[in-house]
Design a protein around this ligand. Sequence first.
Ligand SMILES: Nc1nc2c(c(=O)[nH]1)N[C@H]1C(S)=C(S)[C@@H](COP(=O)(O)OP(=O)(O)OC[C@H]3O[C@@H](n4cnc5c(=O)[nH]c(N)nc54)[C@H](O)[C@@H]3O)O[C@H]1N2
Ligand SMILES: Nc1nc2c(c(=O)[nH]1)N[C@H]1C(S)=C(S)[C@@H](COP(=O)(O)OP(=O)(O)OC[C@H]3O[C@@H](n4cnc5c(=O)[nH]c(N)nc54)[C@H](O)[C@@H]3O)O[C@H]1N2
Ligand code: SF4
Ligand SMILES: [Mo]
Length: 888
Amino acid sequence: MRCYPTAVSTTCAYCGVGCGVRMQPQAEGFTASGEMSHPANLGKLCVKGAALGETLNLTGRLLQPEIRRVPVSWSQALDAVAQGLQDTIRQHGPQSVAFYGSGQLLTEDYYVANKLMKGFIGSGNMDTNSRLCMASAVVGYKRAFGADAVPCCYQDLDKADCVIITGSNTAWAHPVVYQRIAQAKKERPEMQIIVIDPRHTATCDIADLHLPLRPGSDAALFCGALNAMREHNKIDSDFLQQHTQGAEDTLSAAQRWTLAATADFCGLSVERLQAFYQIILACERLITLFSMGINQSSSGVDKCNAIINLHLASGRIGREGCGPFSITGQPNAMGGREVGGLANQLAAHMGFLPEDVERVGRFWGSNRVATAPGLNAVDMFRAIEEGQIKAIWIMGTNPVVSLPDADRVRTALARCPLVIVSDIVRDTDTTQVAHICLPALGWGEKSGTVTNSERCISRQRAFLPPPGEAKPDWWIISQVAQRLGFEEAFSYQHPADIFREHARLSGYENEGTRAFDISGLAQLSNQQWHEMRPIQWPVNANAPLGTLRLFSDGKFYHPDGKARLIPITPRLPVNLPTIFYPLVMNTGRVRDQWHTMTRTGKSARLMQHISEPFCQYHPDDCPTAQQGDVLRVSSAYGWLLLRAQPDSLQARGSVFVPMHWNNQFSQQARVDSLIAACTDPLSGQPESKQMPVRIQRWNAAWQGEIFLRDQHAMPPATAYWSRITQQGVTHFTLADSAKPTDWYDWLNQRFAIEKWQSQTARLGEHGFNLLAWKNGELQLAFYAHRDRPVPDRQAVISAFSSPPGGAQRRLALLGGRAGEGKAARGAIICSCFAIDEIAIGDAVKQGCHSVQQLGGKLKCGTHCGSCVPELKKLITRQLNTLAVGDNR
Ligand SMILES: Nc1nc2c(c(=O)[nH]1)N[C@H]1C(S)=C(S)[C@@H](COP(=O)(O)OP(=O)(O)OC[C@H]3O[C@@H](n4cnc5c(=O)[nH]c(N)nc54)[C@H](O)[C@@H]3O)O[C@H]1N2
Ligand SMILES: Nc1nc2c(c(=O)[nH]1)N[C@H]1C(S)=C(S)[C@@H](COP(=O)(O)OP(=O)(O)OC[C@H]3O[C@@H](n4cnc5c(=O)[nH]c(N)nc54)[C@H](O)[C@@H]3O)O[C@H]1N2
Ligand code: SF4
Ligand SMILES: [Mo]
């Protein structure tokens, strides 16, 4: 697998923190460590970053082009793509084709895709999964500043007196930024941290104040804060006067958000609200960090502007330790916005004004540049359903899982005459409806640039050889462009050719009118591009070394140079609970998984933190269900089967379901199949966080677990299953509504076990366990019961690769237990050192009552720190149980 004999510096494949990673070759594979000199992480990594080396294997990769699932050569595949697009365009015009890209493409890939669609095919129909992610922040910034420009940088987090974290579970979604804030708090305990989230999350661990507001009510909260600022004479009138417009209308619109009105709308106590106002009115340097709890809303743009208003009104922007800080999700969500990856942008921060279209056309040498915005993601898939779009090329995203109303998306794609998918994985919910699949190079194999949350451009560098026939996305798109007749404009030989062109366009006739300007990088040689150090845009003649912070001079990008305050009328989510669907379903991320799990789902270590799709709810919202049950969660759009996770910290009336699980990993857990495609009228971003649902205990006749020596094993057709693959063994947790009359027959029909030697145990009327052996090697292990049997999973999995042992050991294994002297293991809490829940509980019992003591004994929590909030929770839980025990 090794390509380079020495360590390679690159940028993490995952979140928008954009950490520098050093990949060190080992005898087998690579290990990842944090790059000390990278400004984003200064040597730190979270567990996903640290596990990057474990996701590099080629299991499940798409390694050859396929047409209708049959392997073909590149020239056949590229001809078919070009022919298909050309025929569609000839018959139905350029608006009948579309590209749907991803914030996980590199800037160079993205630039070429956008140039082909908007510049040469002549349609605006190039949109991206950033529509589901950053679109509201983009429009919010544009309305306020006249440009999609994040003012802040990470250093500001070290300097702030107060950090508001709203709609962001930073501890799990941007762990290295969270660690940075936690460190600043440790050094300056007077620094205040406020978490605004309807849910009690791991991020609350460092909060001085948590505001568990009513879902979707943030705009009122920030209007209330603005009004309080006015009432307490904390408005910076000079700043407003000199640098802004719209203050008067905005302040007067906010006047109705009195303390009482705001508390009522947001479902918060007046005392808590006052505590919030007190902190933010008193502090000098304020940062508001916001993410999907703000953006993913039918009024997400207004929420962003309500936040920005607060910063403008108090002049807390463009200064050290201040600003409204939208933290980006994907590694290159920002890069996509730079090249024009959204359907309403043209390129390099230009829109569709006639002068922009003319300028870009001149630069690209094309007279067919699109003259109007194309369709945004949700509308694009509607247009496919309605037959207006007849060919779509999906690159680096999995819309059958991640778009709202996801079943409808799947049906639309199944009806679309031509679906092309570029991916690194062969079997995804989206490749299953594709006609043509194109194998892309993945992280570690491809080279290019990405831009993180603080506008920092860093290099992703290849350190692995290209596997199979896989090719870089930019190459694939350029080859198709050439076949469509645009040879000259797409004759790139190297990704650096593309980067230079992109950098030149950013400075082309810019004259300070467009925030995005990296003309200072337009002359890099291939070698200089290869060696490029992280740098924050703008990078131009005025700022050759890049720019840490924007707007320090009080100049914004509206033609008059002034920022805009926007009067806000807060609105609740479109779909509100009813008597049929009385609970609000909130969706989002878990610590160790990335999106649709195509990569993190391959790491055994990452799968052990949370291994099944779940629904977290307050016990009073479903008193009939208990931990371990299966829950049926339904909305007006569909239903899911998920593991019940009662939690008294979850607010009543609202449940949380992770966004990650899909049909490759579970039978019925695609959360977006439950979500309505309601979007923000300005940004087109869907309301993914507030969907009315109802939950019920699902009556399982039996539950079970099966382990198979086959990493591609198919699940048995039970109503509930969930997959984990590790060490060549596939493990399914199972549940079904009817019990087979004969267990052996049932297993035999599905897994042909009669060819093996088997050993069974019947446990009373309801239970059945079975081990199947071939020449002394374990082939299958099965455990079923009416109540949920939970065998010692690690013991069972290791039995697949160890000698069978004596009769005692086999008997223990048949009972789902490790042999004599082996301790059982629970869910892994500390992924870095693989420390499980049971070991931690035992250590607490033995007297480790703090995170430091636990770390001293077991090492847990001492590396990346992502598990510290959970360690604290376990200590409290364990101490409570011990106290209850003592009182008896
Ligand atoms: N581990 C992990 N990290 C990731 C990713 C991943 O898949 N896995 N994905 C990356 C990507 S692309 C993104 S976009 C980011 C997302 O990062 P985050 O936005 O931090 O992640 P989410 O879990 O989607 O949602 C954040 C929080 O919003 C809260 N929320 C829901 N409704 C409301 C509301 O009405 N108001 C407020 N104030 N809060 C609300 C939720 O309870 C949740 O805790 O994460 C990035 N990092
Ligand atoms: N309900 C709900 N839905 C959500 C969200 C939510 O919070 N709640 N969050 C939304 C957000 S913020 C986001 S960002 C989206 C994410 O949703 P998606 O973009 O659909 O999720 P990914 O799993 O990241 O999909 C990336 C795909 O690209 C492939 N891939 C990886 N590397 C490469 C490469 O180099 N080239 C190519 N061509 N392919 C590659 C992967 O195998 C995978 O299939 O989900 C959105 N959907
Ligand atoms: S914080 Fe984000 S960028 Fe940094 S290592 Fe973790 S996933 Fe990668
Ligand atoms: Mo995202």
